[in-house]
Each structure stands twice: as structure tokens, then as C-alpha cells.
Design a protein around this ligand. Structure first.
Ligand code: 5CA
Ligand code: ZN
Length: 412
């Protein structure tokens, strides 16, 4: 799929800091340890509605991962998918009497514009589920052949399911107990009560064709792919395993990332799928998680239409720590606009305080599990200094502006 245009990323002077990130599977902040090329897969949108600030916050968190790795001289191989065929998309198209293909194309196009406006560095490969069907079919064929997958005993709809015990280590990514897994599986797209499965937790790999639903001919029979295998196959075939970071929002910890990992590990016989499983907290509105199904949304595109500076939106979302569930409020945006104005005022001066120490602190804080509240506070301190006491260093404002651009993606 066509991706979007990346903003330029300036190189900055001084010592980069390696990136440490919280890994859900081990429950620790651990160093990332990429080779010359760092591999990252971030779960993309299901394009049935516009990008809201929850999505944006998650993609901004991983954009910082990308930026810190680049600062460390790594080439970053970033892969993202688009779930352009799945139940929620088909249901919305049906509800609105829309063509599901047109709906997906429209919302994906809007997402690209939103990401570009927010100055998110584009993935190197942006891959739709539909275009990946041949590789997904091949993966499912292998899982069936080695006994990791099976067909349900249903002559009319012999759908293919994954035996969740196939790898012998199911549950290591989320660390949830069976009861929690079963509850979340039911709440997040799973079908624990489907008759004919060997176990309620087994996940759908291939759904045989149903009247009125899109389907594709394949050696598995006419049908369409399940959700988790899409991300397994797309990541595996482009990044190989293990890759450095599997990312998404915390609503993907289970079942999605647990199954994506289990499918891929059953396919390769190797573990782990990813070295770090990294999850962003949920952005809420009015006390609830912002979600398409609840409809309590603030769209990035609406803020753009109101001519809100996207750099302020970035700063508002980065003001909280990426792992915290946190609310979006009008006040958050107002404070971000004030911050942006202060920073712009400070870097617009021909001289200012020396910025080397501030840039070092910025790097330290970002390297420490993307501690943006502290990183932003360090820039605040420099900017307050610049606008109150001034300073005589002509390189200060230039260096600070470049660092804020390269590391935080904010254009001053
Ligand atoms: N297509 C799948 C992933 S393969 C999917 O979850 N799509 S989505 O459109 O529902 O979400 C896209 C990304 O935004 C996911 O990483 C999801 O975890 C994240 N996300 C969704 N809602 C929020 C929210 N309220 N706050 C933060 N992140 C969110
Ligand atoms: Zn995914």
C-alpha cells in the first residue's frame, strides 16, 4: 500500500542515549538491543472511522521509538498493517449502506493525511490485509500441515482455528490467567462459544465464505483471514524473527499480540516473535476509553479542520507518559499551545542559553522508557531561561530547535 511522506529528521550534535523500554512480557524496563537495522512492527488501524486522538497517541509513542533509534544511528525498518477486511469494518459498511472497500480506502487515505500532519515518520512498508492474503493463506496452510491448526467439525462452515497450546508457552506475552484471557477473548473479537472448537480460547485463522461477506478463493477454500494471523504473517515475512519491538495500544495485549506471537512462533519453531512487546496506554474522553465502538471520539482531522497546529496536538499527547491511561481535555490542548508558543519565542532569538545540557537531558529522559513529561520539562526550563534571563550563545536556539524536531518531532 501507498504510505505517506515523512518529515525531514535533522541530525543533532552530542551523544545519543540507547533506548530502554518497558516490555509487557517480562514486566521490566529493559534496554532495546537492535543491530544496525532495528525492526519494529506496529499494529495499524481498522479503517472504518477517522483517526482519533487515541490512535494518534499510540502512533506518536512509536514514532519516538523510531526517532530515538535513528538518533542512535540505527536504520529503522518499520512495518505497519491496515486491517482492511475484518468484522468491524464490514459491520460499519453494512450499517451505513457503504461499500466496505470504499469505506476502507477513504478512512485509510484520511489516516495518511493525519499521520503526515502530525509529522509521524512513515513506515517503510505499509501493508493491507487484503493484499497480504496469499502470504496469510500460505502461513495457515503450514499451521494446518504441522497440526498447530485444525478445522472445526462443521460441514457447512469448516473454519480453521489455531490450537492455542501449539507452542507450549501460550500466555507468556500478556501473563494473564485463564479467566482473564477468556473474558478478554470474548470482549475483543474472539468467539469462545463457537461450537466445534477444541478449546474456547482457540482463535480463528480462516473463515470460510458466508453469503454477503467478502471472500477470496484459496487452497484453504473460499474465505477470509482471521485477525491475528494477518499481523503474524505480515511481520514475519518482512522483519523475520525475532524483531525488536511489537507495538500497539494496551487493548492489544490480549488476545491480539498473544496470538500474533503464538502463530508466528508455531510457524518458525523459534521464540520469541519480538524482543519487546510494547503497549501504549488508552486515551479517554469523559471518563471512558476513546473508542470507535463507543463513539466518544475527538478526530485528528476535526482539529486540523479547526486549524489547530498539529505540533500542539503532538505536545498535548506527549505531555503524559505513553504507558499511562490518560484523558484528552480541552485544557490539555490549551496548555500545549502555550508551551509551543513559549518554545517558539525562545528559539526565535538570535542568542540564548547554551543548550548542550538540555539536549543531553532530553536524550536521557527519552531513552528512559520515553519519559516525555520529563523531556518536555527539560525543554520548558531552557525556554523559560531563554525568555527571562536571555543568554549569549548563538548556537543555543539552533541546537534546541533541531533537537526538539529530531527527537520529539515538533517543528518550532
Ligand atoms: N487493526 C487493529 C490492529 S491490527 C486495530 O486495533 N485497529 S484500531 O483501529 O482499533 O486501533 C489502531 C491502534 O490504535 C491500535 O494500536 C490500538 O491499540 C490503538 N488504540 C485504539 N484506541 C485507542 C485509545 N483510546 N488510546 C490509545 N490507543 C488506542
Ligand atoms: Zn495487529
Amino acid at each position: 500500500m501507498q504510505t505517506w511522506s515523512s518529515p525531514p529528521v535533522p541530525r543533532i550534535a552530542g551523544e545519543p542515549r540507547p533506548l530502554r523500554l518497558y516490555d509487557t512480557s517480562t514486566g521490566e524496563v529493559r534496554p532495546t538491543s537492535p543491530g544496525p537495522t532495528a525492526g519494529i512492527y506496529v499494529c495499524g488501524i481498522t479503517p472504518y472511522d477517522a483517526t482519533h486522538l487515541g490512535h494518534a497517541a499510540t502512533y506518536l509513542a512509536f514514532d519516538l521509538v523510531n526517532r530515538v533509534w535513528r538518533d542512535n544511528g540505527h536504520d529503522v525498518h518499520y512495518v505497519q498493517n491496515v486491517t482492511d477486511v475484518d468484522d468491524p469494518l464490514l459491520e460499519r459498511a453494512e450499517r451505513d449502506q457503504d461499500d466496505w472497500v470504499v469505506l476502507a480506502m477513504r478512512e485509510t487515505a484520511l489516516f495518511r493525511e493525519d499521520m503526515e500532519a502530525l509529522r509521524v515518520i512513515a513506515p517503510r512498508q505499509y501493508v493491507g490485509a487484503v493484499e497480504a492474503i496469499p502470504e496469510i493463506v500460505e502461513a495457515i496452510g503450514k499451521l494446518l500441515a504441522d497440526g498447530s491448526a485444525y478445522r472445526v467439525d462443521d460441514p457447512e462452515h469448516p473454519d480453521v482455528y489455531f490450537d492455542h497450546t501449539a507452542t507450549g508457552r501460550f500466555g507468556y506475552e500478556s501473563n494473564y490467567d485463564q479467566e482473564t484471557m477468556l473474558r478478554l477473548f470474548g470482549e475483543r473479537g474472539g468467539d469462545p462459544d463457537r461450537p466445534g472448537k477444541r478449546h474456547p480460547l482457540d482463535a480463528l485463522l480462516w473463515r470460510t465464505a458466508r453469503p454477503g461477506e467478502p471472500s477470496w478463493p484459496s487452497e484453504l477454500g473460499e474465505g477470509r483471514p482471521g485477525w491475528h494471523i494477518e499481523c503474524s504473517a505480515i511481520a514475519l515475512n518482512r522483519l523475520g524473527t525475532p524483531f525488536d519491538v511489537q507495538g500497539g495500544g494496551s487493548d492489544l495485549v490480549f488476545p491480539h499480540h498473544e496470538f500474533s506471537a503464538a502463530h508466528a512462533e508455531a510457524l518458525t519453531g523459534e521464540r520469541p516473535f519480538a524482543r519487546h512487546y510494547v503497549h501504549a496506554g488508552m486515551i479517554g474522553l469523559d471518563g471512558e476509553k476513546m473508542s470507535k465502538s463507543r463513539g466518544n471520539l475527538v478526530f485528528v482531522s476535526k482539529l486540523r479542520a479547526e486549524r489547530v497546529d498539529s505540533n500542539a496536538v503532538r505536545l498535548a499527547l506527549l505531555a503524559g507518559h505513553y504507558r499511562e491511561d490518560r484523558p484528552w481535555t480541552d485544557d490539555l490542548l490549551v496548555r500545549a499551545q502555550e508551551r509551543l508558543a513559549l518554545w517558539r519565542d525562545a528559539v526565535a532569538r538570535s542568542t540564548g542559553p547554551a543548550a548542550e545540557d538540555t539536549v543531553a537531558r532530553l536524550r536521557d529522559h527519552l531513552g528512559d522508557d520515553l519519559d516525555t513529561p520529563r523531556a518536555l520539562a527539560a525543554v520548558d526550563a531552557w525556554a523559560r531561561d531563554a525568555t527571562t534571563s536571555g543568554g549569549s550563545d548563538p548556537t543555543g536556539p539552533v541546537l534546541l530547535r533541531a533537537a526538539v524536531d529530531a527527537l520529539l518531532g515538533v517543528e518550532l
